[in-house]
Design a protein around this ligand. Structure first.
Ligand code: C2E
Ligand code: MG
Ligand code: MG
Ligand code: MG
Length: 283
């Protein structure tokens, strides 16, 4: 391990080999072992209806819990999982685990028919054989209505193998699985392609949402994205809502849903369960 070798470890590399490559390699090995040992878990972050102020669903967000109970966030390993293709295996687990969790909540009488769980699906997973079948099988295995399950894709997907991707997305839609476009505005999506895709929800990336500004001009971009979504008959979700000012402004602009630390952080399954229980009592 580079660190243990101390200060001189750089001597082991020639100029074309950077230590970072060794780190990546180590991380890949650790990731493979984590898959074998099933060290992943899902957190759930509420998505809130801005108009009514109630929870309408959750986004599932993967975490890697290492032996020592260290929690590693997806930003640290998903990019490498994508490059190495390990995301295919992790992604399959994520799909099935989200379904298992919904079923558990349903069996325990905590689920409401209008709720859903969003699952992030990487572009790479669409080039895997049988992604749609994997989703169908998980839904069937856990006896779930497809409307409980939503898929989040990113704009990058729109620039890939168009026919194949559109075909799979249409299959999912026909099945009754809703599709969301995630981090909207940060990637390279062409607006003409946005229309080609059977997407029903647009998630505005949090980088577009001003933190404290009440200045009208700072909100113009958000306003146009909300209107774009609505003109394409999509529901619009704002990501990263952290302040009351943001909540109020988004509501004023007609944004449908919000997700962010203001409402709740991504929750461990027990905490999400507790929230569902509270929701149940209120209903
Ligand atoms: P994302 O899909 O855009 O998920 C939203 C991210 O924003 C989450 O980070 C969430 O914790 C964070 N977030 C939510 N509210 C706030 C807020 O108010 N302020 C701030 N600053 N951040 C907020 P997280 O959980 O670290 O996930 C990062 C990214 O990793 C996700 O971005 C997604 O692209 C990817 N990811 C997570 N889980 C999965 C998965 O199961 N499969 C795949 N393929 N990617 C995943
Ligand atoms: Mg997402
Ligand atoms: Mg997002
Ligand atoms: Mg994001």
């Amino acid at each position: 391990h580079a660190k243990r070798r101390g200060k001189n470890h750089h001597q082991l590399f020639d100029s074309t080999m950077r230590p970072v490559d060794e780190c990546q390699f180590q991380l890949e090995m650790d990731l493979r072992r984590a898959i074998d040992r099933q060290e992943f878990c899902l957190y759930y972050q509420p998505i809130v209806c801005l108009h009514r102020g109630t929870i309408t669903g959750f986004e599932s967000l993967v975490r890697w819990k290492t032996e020592g109970d260290r929690v590693i966030s997806p930003g640290k390993f998903i990019p490498l999982a994508e490059v190495t293709g390990l995301i295919v295996t992790i992604g399959e687990w994520v799909i099935d685990e989200a379904c298992r969790q919904i079923k558990e909540w349903q069996t325990d009488g905590l689920w409401l028919d209008s709720l859903y769980v969003n699952v992030n699906v990487a572009g790479r997973q669409f080039s895997q054989a049988g992604l749609v079948d994997i989703i169908i099988q998980s839904l069937q295995r856990h006896h779930l209505a497809p409307s409980y399950f939503q898929v989040e894709i990113t704009e990058g997907l729109m620039m890939e193998n168009l026919d194949s991707v559109v075909r799979q997305l249409c299959q999912l839609q026909e099945l009754g699985v809703n599709l969301c476009i995630d981090d909207f505005g940060t990637g390279h999506s062409s607006l003409s392609r946005l229309q080609l895709f059977p997407i029903d929800t647009l998630k505005i990336d949090r980088s577009f949402i001003p933190l404290h500004s009440q200045v009208e001009k700072d909100w113009e971009l958000v306003k146009s994205i909300v209107n774009l979504g609505h003109s394409l008959s999509m529901r619009v979700v704002a990501e990263g809502v952290e302040t009351v000012e943001q909540q109020q402004k988004l509501q004023e602009l007609g944004c449908d849903y919000g997700q962010g630390y203001l409402f709740a952080k991504p929750l461990e399954q027990e905490a999400a369960r507790e929230l569902l229980y509270q929701l149940k009592i209120k209903n």
